[in-house]
Design a protein around this ligand. Structure first.
Ligand code: URA
Ligand code: SF4
Length: 189
């Protein structure tokens, strides 16, 4: 396991998959390194690629609003990262081979942070981290436990923007997340 400095350095110069050829910036992650709650998306979009920071476009604004509803804030009490750290062209889903090449960085981040809760944002992260047959439309908001970490998935902010009917369910899922944090976290609130 690498410590934060060497880990970030290795990631920032990574050439382990072809996404390195088209990226502008590696998007390593953002937030507080001792967070009890981690959010994990699928990969950078256009704005994230240009700015080097996760969830900064329209979807990012929605994510920040969702976090604020339950007193979470990337500057204060959560950490946000992605399955792949470089933008897939045209925002296609990251290939399994790209996820395989990149996932070690995320595993190292999780090992350093040791979160109590991991929240997957969207189906790509949920399939990769919770279970390979995860059905986001049916299983969002449900809780799973793996290696002592409590895990759930929310609809991806971009999916909520595409279909506002997902908002009420997401609000319920956020309330469930808030209750789980109150039950098992010590430093978040
Ligand atoms: N979508 C993601 O999954 N991650 C980001 O960082 C931005 C958009
Ligand atoms: Fe390396 Fe991950 Fe970027 Fe691929 S996506 S080049 S594995 S940092």
């Amino acid at each position: 396991m690498l410590d934060w400095g060497p880990l970030e350095q290795a990631c920032m110069s990574c050439q382990k998959c072809a996404l390195a050829d088209t990226r502008h910036n590696v998007v390593f992650g953002a937030g507080v390194p001792n967070a009890e709650v981690m959010f994990i998306g699928e990969g950078p979009g256009e704005n994230e690629d240009l700015q080097g920071e996760p969830f900064v476009g329209r979807g990012g604004k929605l994510l920040d609003d969702m976090l604020e509803l339950i007193d979470l804030d990337r500057k204060r009490n959560v950490y946000i990262a992605n399955i792949v750290k470089c933008r897939p062209p045209q925002n296609r889903d990251p290939l399994n081979s790209e996820q395989d090449a990149c996932i070690g960085y995320l595993r190292n981040q999780v090992a350093l942070i040791r979160p109590k809760i991991i929240v997957c944002l969207g189906r790509v992260a949920a399939i990769r981290l919770i279970k390979e047959d995860f059905k986001i439309s049916k299983e969002h908001g449900q809780w799973f436990e793996k290696a002592g970490i409590h895990m759930t998935a929310l609809f991806h902010p971009a999916a909520i923007l595409r279909d506002p009917r997902r908002r009420p369910e997401t609000f319920e899922d956020l309330k469930g997340l808030q209750a789980k944090i109150q039950a098992i976290c010590e430093r978040t609130y």
